[in-house]
Structure formats: C-alpha cells, structure tokens
Design a protein around this ligand. Structure first.
Ligand SMILES: [Cu+2]
Length: 165
C-alpha cells in the first residue's frame, strides 16, 4: 500500500472501531494521535480535531483515560521565549466550526503515565463535552517527534516542556 492508502486504511480503522458519537451535540472527533513515549517518560500528550456540526457551540470539559493517573486538557503558550503549558477547564467548539488540538496548542495531557506509549499501538481516550456527553476514540501512537496524525517528523519535544499547573 502507498502512503495515502495506508493513511486511509488507518482512518477507516479509526472510524470502524471508535464509537464516534454524533448524538446531542453533533460532535465528531477526528485524527486522534499521540507520540510514542520513552520508557522514562512520566507524561505524554494526544492531539486531535473536534468538529461541531451542530447549530450550537459545545464545550470540551474533560478528558478521561486509563493510560495515566490524571488526564487533563492543556494549552501550550509562550512566556519569555519558553514554551509553557497550563491546564484549561474548557475548550469551546463553535457551532459549525472546529477546535484543533495540536503540538504547540491545545492537547490532552496524560500525567503519571502507567506504561509507555508504544509506536503503532492504539488506546482509548474519552472526551467529555458539555452538550454531546462522552465521545470515545482510539488514539494512534505515532513515532516520537511526530508532528501530525500522519506521523511527519518534527523537532518539538513535548516531554521537555515545562508545566505550570
Ligand atoms: Cu501538557
């Protein structure tokens, strides 16, 4: 299979095995991915795109997983040229719009990882929305340093970012 077919197959697999819920809030979560973590890593992040096909805004209020002791929604920001991140209580997904969780911005943070994220594996992640309720997706683990759902190589190392909680 070429790269595109591999990607499409992966996307179909994600859709086929993820109970993507479009009820209530018309929320659709796409391209959930994370970076492989080292054996020593105590935290990891996941990224995804949330589409809201409804006529009302919805709000991401929590994230849940069995991968870590705590699972939080974070936002990265720059402070005096240093990339920091903080816990955010809500991410609004506008009506007919989307919210993107990506490196350098919003992300789901797994704090107190119970085991390393191994490249090529998937794990369930549940996002909790104010209106749509819970939406569970399977997060695909890309190689360390990946910058997108397709695994393109990037230079930012999330594990070295400082936390401000
Ligand atoms: Cu974080």
């Amino acid at each position: 299979m070429n790269k595109l077919n591999t990607f499409l197959a992966a996307m179909i697999a994600v859709y086929a095995f993820s109970p993507i819920s479009a009820n209530a809030g018309d929320i659709m979560v796409m391209e959930p991915w994370a970076r492989a973590s080292s054996k020593m890593a105590k935290s990891a992040a996941a990224f995804l795109v949330i589409h809201n096909n409804g006529k009302q805004a919805d709000t991401l209020i929590a994230a849940e997983s069995d991968m870590s002791k705590r699972t939080e929604v974070h936002e990265s920001y720059m402070e005096k040229d240093i990339m920091m991140m903080r816990h955010v209580d809500t991410v609004v997904i506008p009506a007919g719009g989307m919210a993107t969780l990506k490196p350098g911005g919003y992300h789901v943070m797994f704090m107190g990882l119970k085991k390393p994220l191994d490249m090529g594996t998937t794990f369930p992640l549940t996002l909790v929305f104010e209106k749509a309720g819970k939406v569970t997706v399977n997060v695909k683990v890309q190689k360390a340093g990946a910058m997108g759902a397709m695994g393109s190589k990037g230079s930012m190392d999330h594990s070295k970012m400082k936390h401000a909680h």
